[in-house]
Design a protein around this ligand. Structure first.
Ligand code: F6P
Length: 411
């Protein structure tokens, strides 16, 4: 007897990745590919985000090919191409995109991205009726996922995006490692962490032993700067080895004493197609002010792409597999304009489809760090944040050199 064909045989699903990469993108692509092809879809990869649907198209076939989902980044490549007209690119690219979707006979599109990429996908769904499913990704963890974190009997609206767990683990390890060099030189190390306008990722450095943290959600006004310097001095004097790590988000708003304004430090003022400039350099300014004001030696370190690089963490791997299960569910129900998310914060073992839900892509947007997660008077993350992070990563053992030696006096 001839076997029955699979439910979506003859249909094609295409996947694209847009925006900054993460260590969990290949895992997301592989997991979605596996589930879609199990349902009978032919699965294509669109290269370089929305750019791969321009011109004659740049498409590869992912069906029935080996794939390494542990390897970080995206085998499809990424870009910040915007299909819709913007100041930077006034051309409306939607007709090209529609033409290519038709030419390549793409029935369903899965866009893996943050607010920008999925926002564009949502617009294509709403205005052109393209069957689209969004899939979250960002190391910044600022894409609203409506994930509930139950803490001391209260529900806090947290965020959990694939890519963040791997990135936060790297930042945590980075901060923890910095201690040995800071101790050797009795320095204050100011560690700059990516995350754009959100401080979620900087919390990883705190979990890794940074004594003080600054996040973009709380402006460093003239008054707050005074308190900050006092806290830095106290923490330094208290530290047994006269060495501390201060973690700062790249997007911190910092009072400029000369210009008398709050400033953000840009690596480049050039805007991408979604209107974002690139941040970078705030750690140098804070570090030199620590040197001058406190007379304590300080060095700036930009962690840059370190958290974005390298392999997918175990948590991210299972998270992407679980959310891909939910994509399969959406495909079976032919529900589009939706994005799978974790309904609640859970540990690795509970990352299962029954703990997922979907949200209307119309309700996504940016979600900054919640006030409950940050103590603005102490410049530290709170126990609630520790609890949030403890679902995702194990707190590292903070290494210490525990030996002390008697001082020898001249005879
Ligand atoms: O959005 C992800 C992110 O890594 C941000 O944290 C950072 O500000 C930005 O991308 C850097 O962009 P680029 O990849 O253009 O250097």
């Amino acid at each position: 007897m001839k076997p029955k064909s699979k439910i979506f045989s003859g249909k094609t699903l295409a996947i694209l990745t847009g925006g900054g990469d993460t260590p969990a993108l290949n895992s997301s692509i592989e997991s979605i590919r596996n589930r879609a092809s199990m349902l009978g879809f032919k699965v294509y990869g669109i290269r370089k985000g929305w750019k791969g649907l321009l011109g004659n198209g740049d498409i590869i076939n992912l069906t029935h090919h080996p794939y390494d989902g542990w390897y970080g980044g995206t085998a499809l490549s990424s870009s910040r191409t915007n299909p819709f007209p913007t100041k930077k690119n006034p051309e409306n690219r939607v007709p090209q995109i529609l033409k290519n979707l038709k030419n390549y006979k793409i029935d369903v599109l899965v866009s893996i991205g943050g607010d920008d990429t999925n926002g564009a996908a949502k617009k294509l769904y709403e205005t052109e009726g393209i069957p689209v499913i969004g899939f979250p990704k960002t190391i910044d963890n600022d894409l609203r996922t409506h994930t509930m974190h139950s803490y001391l009997g209260q529900d806090v609206e947290a965020v959990l995006c694939p890519g963040f767990p791997s990135a936060v683990q790297s930042i945590m390890e980075f901060a923890n490692r910095m201690r040995t060099t800071c101790e050797s030189h009795q320095r204050i190390c100011v560690l700059e962490v990516m995350g754009r306008d959100a401080g979620w990722l900087t919390g990883g450095a705190f979990y890794g032993g940074a004594e003080i943290s600054l996040v973009p959600e709380f402006e460093m006004t003239r008054e707050r700067k005074e308190v900050f310097f006092d806290k830095v001095k106290e923490a330094y004097m208290r530290s047994p080895k006269k060495a501390i790590v201060v973690a700062v988000s790249e997007g911190v708003r910092w009072w400029d004493d000369e210009r008398e304004t709050l400033e953000v430090v840009y690596a480049s003022s050039e805007l991408d197609e979604y209107g974002h400039p690139r941040f970078g350099g705030i750690s140098g300014i804070i570090s030199s002010e620590i040197n001058q004001r406190l007379g304590i030696e300080s060095r700036a370190q930009i962690t840059g792409y370190y958290p974005r690089s390298g392999n997918c963490s175990e948590y991210d791997r299972k998270l992407t597999v679980t959310l891909a299960d939910k994509v399969a569910d959406l495909l079976l129900r032919e529900e589009y304009g939706q994005m799978p998310v974790m309904a609640k914060m859970v540990k690795h073992i509970e990352l299962e489809e029954y703990n997922t839900s979907t949200i209307d892509m119309g309700t996504i947007g940016n979600r900054p760090l919640q006030t409950v997660y940050y103590d603005k008077d102490e410049f530290t993350f709170t126990n609630a944040y520790h609890d949030f992070l403890s679902h995702i990563v194990d707190k590292p053992e903070i290494n210490e050199f525990r030996y002390d030696f008697p001082v020898v006096l001249p005879e």
